[in-house]
Design a protein around this ligand. Structure first.
Ligand SMILES: NC(=O)c1ccc[n+]([C@@H]2O[C@H](COP(=O)([O-])OP(=O)(O)OC[C@H]3O[C@@H](n4cnc5c(N)ncnc54)[C@H](O)[C@@H]3O)[C@@H](O)[C@H]2O)c1
Ligand SMILES: O=C(O)C(=O)C[C@@H](O)[C@H](O)[C@H](O)COP(=O)(O)O
Ligand SMILES: [Zn+2]
Length: 357
């Protein structure tokens, strides 16, 4: 299946299927054959588990740059090492990068591609559930110890080649983390989908259900990015759960908490705020929390920090303007909006969160 993504700057396709890497690569053959070098960026876990299959099915000569697994790859040091590798390999503006891995490899590779010689083409080949979100839409970034994704660029890939057969080796924690973004996509777009989701064990979907959810999530993202590529308006909705989620993620030390685990906490926080500013009821928030707990999501990380310890991270949220925080909230399930919130209100909601989790 092909899902088109049309932004003001760029058109590309998400080619999603199972066991179709070889076929999917063919959709890009013209662009690939025009490149002077192909460089695959991956991480040590992904390469250990999928090198044989990738090499067998990727029908071109390539060089590989293996990064540390997970969030650890989104650092200045790895960004610098990546640029050094490209320079030492004599890459040029005609070279093409491939991000073979999860969101961390994808974000780092995209930022490297956006900045090497002021921009060279790159392709996303995602290997996680979460990457149905991260590989689409062109947000690329590395972290700074003071905040998540603080250095980056909007830079769209040439294509997203998503073979969901790679997902079969994901550990349960990463399944859970990835499903949080699918739950987010349902919450911000489609009440019926959300209602269906909460009846399921989202960590144990059938391949058919998983494929359907991923396609739906990609479509939600593609529709939003088509309207607002650089987050001036509706793209903010994709940040539902991320203001508080990123704060917990950064405060914990990058990589301790998986991104989706932190976002799940952030979504409960945002639902609580939605009780004040929207028509979300406490029953709905508690039902969501129960569904999250039943699916194995953890909320103890909140208790490791005081609100004042989280506050500096909250204040670095990229949606904040003139020192005022903006949260994405739900009027009702499926209807997001953006709301300015004061620090004192944030403190109050943080206190409520601690009592209900
Ligand atoms: N750019 C965006 O729009 C966007 C959207 C959402 C998240 N993100 C970013 O994505 C990152 C999280 O991405 P992620 O959850 O994919 O995590 P990840 O890339 O850190 O991968 C998680 C872990 O799973 C392993 N892994 C990956 N694929 C595997 C496979 N097929 N089998 C076994 N193990 C595998 C990795 O080695 C790593 O240890 C965060 O940095 C987050 O900020 C970006
Ligand atoms: O694509 C978007 O826009 C998103 O916000 C998707 C998020 O899931 C993702 O985690 C994103 O990287 C967060 O962006 P940030 O601007 O808050 O760092
Ligand atoms: Zn996210």
């Amino acid at each position: 299946m092909r899902i088109p993504v049309q932004t003001p700057s760029h058109f590309y396709e998400v080619v999603i299927g199972s066991n179709h890497l070889q076929e999917a690569v063919k959709t890009l053959s013209e662009k690939i054959e025009d490149a002077d070098q192909l460089i695959v960026f991956t991480d040590e876990n992904v390469w250990r588990q999928h090198q044989a299959r990738f090499t067998a099915e990727f029908p071109y000569e390539f060089k590989v740059f293996v990064l540390p697994a997970g969030e650890a790859c989104k650092t200045f040091e790895n960004y610098f090492a990546s640029q050094t590798f490209l320079l030492e390999e004599k890459c040029t503006r005609k070279s093409m990068l491939f991000a073979f891995g999860g969101g961390a490899v994808g974000d780092l590779t995209g930022y490297v591609a956006a900045t090497f010689m002021r921009g060279i083409p790159f392709v996303q080949i995602p290997t996680t559930i979460l990457a149905h979100d991260s590989a689409v839409g062109g947000k690329t970034a590395i972290n700074h110890p003071l905040g998540k994704n603080m250095i980056g660029a909007f830079y769209q890939p040439q294509a997203v080649l998503y073979d969901i057969d790679f997902l079969k080796t994901l550990p349960e924690k990463e399944v859970r983390s990835g499903m949080a973004e699918a739950i987010k996509h349902a919450l911000i777009s489609d009440e019926q989908w959300y209602d269906d989701m909460v009846t399921k064990d989202v960590t144990n979907l059938t391949q058919t259900e998983l494929a359907e959810y991923l396609q739906k999530g990609i479509q939600v993202k593609a529709d939003i990015v088509a309207q607002d590529e650089q987050e001036h308006s509706v793209r903010k909705y994709l940040n539902f759960g991320h203001t508080y989620g990123h704060a917990i993620e950064a405060a914990s030390g990058f990589g301790k908490l998986a991104h989706g685990e932190a976002v799940m906490i952030g979504m409960v926080y945002a639902l609580l705020l939605g009780e004040k500013y929207g028509s979300i009821t406490r029953n709905q928030t508690v039902a969501f929390l129960q569904f999250a707990k039943n699916s194995g999501y953890q909320f103890e990380p909140v208790h490791q920090f005081t609100f004042d310890e989280l506050l500096p991270y909250l204040m670095k949220d990229k949606k904040a303007e003139y020192g005022i925080l903006q949260f994405v909230l739900l009027e009702k399930i499926g209807q997001p909006f953006v709301q300015k919130v004061t620090v004192e209100e944030c403190r109050e909601i943080d206190a409520i969160l601690r009592t209900i989790i």
